[in-house]
Design a protein around this ligand. Structure first.
Ligand code: SF4
Ligand code: MSK
Length: 654
């Protein structure tokens, strides 16, 4: 076993995570002498200048370090000011995040084209109704056309999402008119994602765009090319190919592992390989092979975002979020961890080696030193999946590690979508967002919050997510969730209708009437686009203003870590949403660029950024914003009346 030396000063493991299963595994890893990311994160001392983005290495005259305590005291060798340096650094992070989601979206589009053109036969079109709806939403006529004809037209149109060099991205047709017009006036309507990311990279080169305000426009444009571009393509086409989720019951946390089964975990972001694995594990040939080796069956489990996506679509059990991917291997029960792209820690290779687990990479865009690479090809998925199954079953037969599986498992309702919210609140024949808007206008629901994003070992895993959401629902704010945040709340038992009891009086009444949880899980991090579409539908339903910026809504990523999270944050801000990040923000305060992001953008009619570490403070900022929007809409008094009425009714009833 390859072990790292334990650190001399080890803080209690209870400081690292709120998830009891992860805690148990962290303690076991420490006993086994294996270092996990949760400990590495607390031990790493970040460079204070880098943490605030006050340094630049965009050319080799530098690197140049500015003083974040006195940010205007000096400039870089080329003369770049702190605002130029920070906006370029921030822009490059957003560019990377947008590139990641667009890369994902482009591969999904390629698979979709291969399916409709008949080049891939192992996957098909599951949701033809959604195919037509999406086509119609961007102006493609469907009347009298075959699925193949509509599919090809949709491919041709959506390809422009990536390849356009002028004009407007196809899905911008879904943006509320006033919001879109505002983007046009400010010159930030995304054209094509490749162009927007390329231009942002080019403009951040030494000696190019050295006006942080002008650069921020391109940062917004590249971010919008993510949310209304590649991410939206990924979500919509994945639904069409693999089925649009609808609420279902699913289990979350490490207790989903089974000691007497072959356990295979799939972790990453693209659904195709996971779908391939799902088909393969149900093949009786492999089930018999597993039984021959003494297992009771094959247990396929998800983690992180592809896990959230497969759980939403098919109810596949989920073992945990980003902060638990190394810890789960410590169980000794994982026969194979199979990964594709994004958020896959290199540290997994070392932990997998220590616990004799197969770590298998499957995607040509993501190899990991020390992992076994078995490439997945959509045209022949079984070549990859069958080899993985053989390896996992063989590892089960020769398990040499003691197995310790935490007992925690939490059942909850997952698989909400913007389509289902419309149906759930409006009914089968009159599906509509009006009932949601009505409940916001009458004040039972104070507003809507998107709480999303990663976990980050700089803070106790899951704790900020859970306390923030607890606070929001207590104050009658309906919470929409995606990604690793959704998994944190699922583990904490919030994704069940009974959690309505934790909500304030207005929200709990709505939850009880509709039979829904106060926290709705919408899937993976690319599925944040479901929130954008829901927000647009709320604007279109009427009564809450004319643009997304008018809505009593706010967003948060309280334990963010990835560049994708920053791109998501920026597309929400540019779309009109106040967005609060926890942990910290990579910008020096008291600078003009900071002021632009945290105040100026709102004054220009967009959303704005906020930041706070404490979950109660994040909730306070979000609620203050929601209340400000209620006041601007003139619906603040209605809430007071409704809540007084309800407490009166309760008093009479008791
Ligand atoms: Fe320094 Fe300017 Fe080069 Fe950046 S671009 S490293 S600030 S000289
Ligand atoms: S996986 S981007 S840690 S949500 Fe989408 Fe989770 Fe954040 Fe990765």
């Amino acid at each position: 076993m390859n072990k790292e030396k334990p650190s001399k000063k080890e803080a209690p493991a209870t400081d690292r995570t709120q998830c009891e299963a992860t805690l148990q595994m962290l303690e076991k890893a420490r006993r086994d002498g294996v270092k996990l990311d949760l400990d590495r994160g607390f031990e790493m001392k970040p460079c204070p200048i880098g943490e605030e983005s006050a340094c630049c290495k965009h050319c080799y005259m530098g690197p140049c370090r500015l003083n974040s305590r006195d940010p205007y005291a000096k400039v870089g060798i080329c003369g770049a000011t702190i605002d130029t340096i920070m906006s370029r650094n921030f822009g490059r992070m957003v560019a990377t995040g947008s590139a990641s989601h667009n890369d994902h979206g482009m591969h999904i589009l390629k698979l979709f084209r291969d399916i409709v053109e008949g080049d891939v036969n192992d996957f098909g079109i599951e949701d033809t109704a959604k195919l037509e709806k999406v086509a119609l939403s961007i102006g493609i006529e469907v009347e009298g056309k075959t699925v193949k004809e509509v599919g090809i037209e949709l491919c041709n149109e959506l390809e422009k999402t990536f390849s356009n060099v002028s004009g407007e991205m196809p899905f911008t047709r879904r943006v509320p008119e006033e919001t879109l017009e505002h983007w046009r006036k400010n010159g930030i309507v995304p054209r094509g994602a490749m162009l927007e990311v390329m231009e942002l990279m080019s403009r951040t080169h030494i000696g190019c765009d050295q006006d942080y305000e002008n650069l921020t426009k391109q940062i917004s444009r590249a971010a919008l090319a993510d949310g209304w571009g590649g991410s939206m393509v990924a979500t919509e086409l994945s639904d069409i190919m693999f089925g649009t989720p609808a609420p279902l019951q699913a289990e979350v946390n490490m207790g989903v592992l089974k000691e007497d089964h072959v356990n295979i975990i799939v972790h990453g972001h693209e659904p195709a390989m996971f779908e391939g694995m799902l088909a393969a594990v149900n093949d009786s040939f492999f089930i018999d092979m597993a039984k021959d080796k003494g297992a009771k069956g094959i247990n396929l489990i998800g983690m992180c975002c592809s896990g959230a996506e497969m759980m939403s679509r098919h109810g596949v059990p989920h073992a945990g979020n980003f902060g638990s991917t190394e810890a789960v291997i410590v169980t000794g029960a994982v026969d194979a961890m199979v990964v594709d792209i994004q958020c896959i820690k290199q540290g997994l290779a070392e932990v997998a080696k220590c616990y004799d687990t197969h770590l298998i990479t499957t995607n040509p865009r993501c190899h990991i030193e020390g992992a076994t690479h078995i490439e997945f090809e959509e045209k022949a998925p079984r070549q990859c999946t069958d080899e993985i199954l053989s390896k996992a079953i063989a590892r089960y037969a020769t398990r040499s590690m003691p197995v310790e599986i935490p007992k925690q498992v939490q059942s909850g309702i997952h698989g909400f979508t913007h389509e289902y919210i419309e149906y759930m609140l409006g009914g089968t024949f009159r599906g509509s967002y009006s009932p949601l808007n009505d409940n916001i206008i009458n004040g039972r629901i104070r507003g809507v919050a998107g709480v999303v994003g990663c976990t980050n070992p700089k803070v106790k895993q899951d704790s900020v997510h859970v306390e923030l959401v607890r606070e929001l629902i207590k104050k009658d704010v309906l919470v929409l969730q995606t990604g690793c945040s959704q998994i944190a709340l699922a583990k904490a038992g919030f994704l069940v209708p009974e959690a309505g009891a934790l909500a304030g009086p207005g929200l709990s009444e709505v939850c009880e009437t509709v039979g829904m949880p106060p926290v709705l899980g919408l899937g993976s991090c690319v599925d944040n686009t479901r929130i954008l579409i829901a927000a647009s539908a709320m604007v279109k339903a009427g009564g809450l203003g004319n643009s997304i910026a008018d809505l009593p809504a706010a967003g948060a990523a309280p334990e963010w870590m990835s560049e994708k999270a920053l791109a998501i944050g920026q597309y929400f801000v540019a779309s009109g949403v106040y967005t609060v990040f926890g942990i910290g923000f990579p910008i020096v305060k008291s600078t003009r660029f900071h002021d632009l992001l945290f105040n100026g953008l709102e004054e220009q009619g967009f959303g704005k950024w906020g930041t706070a570490k404490d979950p109660v403070e994040i909730a306070r900022l979000m609620i203050e914003h929601i209340d400000k929007k209620r006041q601007q809409l003139g619906i603040d008094k209605a809430r007071e009346r409704t809540l007084v009425d309800m407490s009166d009714r309760r008093e009479i009833a008791s």
